[in-house]
Design a protein around this ligand. Structure first.
Ligand SMILES: Nc1ncnc2c1ncn2[C@@H]1O[C@H](COP(=O)(O)OP(=O)(O)OP(=O)(O)O)[C@@H](O)[C@H]1O
Ligand SMILES: [Mg+2]
Length: 267
């Protein structure tokens, strides 16, 4: 059995892979990388009754991986480059031969993966961290569930300048409800709910658009969305709207938030 541990900027994910199958996943959060990695490993072993001797090796990746210098508990521990891990994990979860992956974590990275290799196309520092950071300051909400609950009741007309605000007709292929400027209207009457939706809308519109450009630059028609950002139901809807306009399909695989950890274990 191989254990993959992804120490991300916000959360740590761990998976157990046996004979090419993911047999267990866990998520945890700790203050420092060493506690995250050892805690994740311990939790995984206890929850699924895995003994130390059943583990052949551990593969560590993610932003915090460089802080792990030695083998964990005497088990062979290797470091895997995060971009490679995302690419491998994306290929595994999609079953495709070539694809573009947008990994929405705290920030967002966009990767091309295929037979010819795994390449970092680029990305944006706009990501899940932008949602939590702006929400903390602008709507005084720190729990992700609260942010989603508020956004669910939000009205975008209160914060975003829409095409209908500036034009009597559609502009090119953009319909009247499309955003012309994120937060470009920001009425005095905007509520916390409206602002929460405005934040998520801005983040997913930016990620959606750069994903469209990345896919087009590689002549592909779909993008695999991974990371915890794949599980945001409002974000998903926004990506689906972009999909309708630009004809690029967004795919949301099961285990999306474990892509990086899975890819590390498969390396
Ligand atoms: N329950 C949830 N459902 C969906 N998204 C969530 C949930 N809880 C937190 N998030 C979002 O997920 C983000 C973290 O995602 P993820 O765990 O993939 O990042 P990470 O791997 O720690 O970061 P990075 O890959 O950038 O180093 C948070 O910033 C938050 O916006
Ligand atoms: Mg990550």
């Amino acid at each position: 059995m191989i254990i993959g541990i992804d120490i991300g900027c916000t959360t740590t994910k761990a998976v157990a892979v046996k004979e090419g199958r993911v047999v267990k996943t866990i998520k945890t959060k700790a203050f420092d990388a060493v506690t995250s990695a050892t805690g994740a490993l311990g939790k995984l072993m206890i929850e699924s009754d895995i003994s130390m001797s059943a583990i052949n090796s551990i593969a560590i990746t993610g932003a915090g991986a460089f802080k792990i210098e030695n083998n964990l508990f005497g088990i062979k521990t290797d470091k895997v480059d995060e971009i490679t891990a995302i690419g491998k994990g994306g290929l595994f979860l999609s079953g495709k031969e070539k694809l573009v992956i947008s990994n929405i974590g705290t920030g967002t990275s966009i990767i091309e993966a295929g037979k010819d290799g795994i390449f970092h196309i680029g990305g944006t520092a706009i990501g899940g961290g932008t949602i939590t950071g702006l929400s903390k300051e602008l709507i005084k909400a720190t729990s992700f569930d609260t942010i989603l609950r508020l956004a669910d009741k939000g009205d975008l007309h209160q914060v975003d300048l829409l095409i209908e605000d500036i034009s009597d007709s559609e502009i090119s292929f953009l319909n009247k409800k499309a955003t012309a400027s994120n937060f470009g209207k920001m009425l005095d009457t905007a509520s916390r709910e409206d602002i929460a939706l405005g934040i998520i809308n801005m983040v997913y519109q930016v990620i959606g658009m750069i994903s469209v450009f990345a896919a087009r630059s590689r002549n592909l028609e779909s993008v695999l969305i991974t990371g915890n950002g794949s599980n945001n139901p409002i974000g998903k809807k926004i990506l689906e709207e972009i999909s309708g306009i630009y004809s690029i399909k967004f795919e949301f695989p099961l285990l999306a938030e474990y892509t990086t950890a899975i890819g590390a274990a498969l390396k």
